[in-house]
Design a protein around this ligand. Structure first.
Ligand SMILES: [Zn+2]
Length: 65
């Protein structure tokens, strides 16, 4: 959906991770809204958003069988 800057104070030592692949987010992150859940997710970039959709469909097909 959109890029966001990871604005942090110099003394802020918290780290942020991609909601999809778990990589460390540095300087900026890509945010998107879950198609069904409506939750906002933060990830590395657009490829992780697509990966999220693929994983979601895999989970759904696994749940059906
Ligand atoms: Zn990622």
């Amino acid at each position: 959906m959109a890029w966001h800057e990871l604005n942090k104070n110099w003394h802020d030592t918290t780290v942020d991770y991609c909601d999809v692949c778990g990589n460390l987010l540095i300087a900026r992150y890509w945010s998107f809204i879950e198609p069904d859940g409506g939750e906002t997710r933060r990830c590395c970039d657009e490829t992780c958003e697509r990966l999220f959709g693929r994983l979601r469909r895999l989970e759904e097909s696994a749940a059906e069988s």
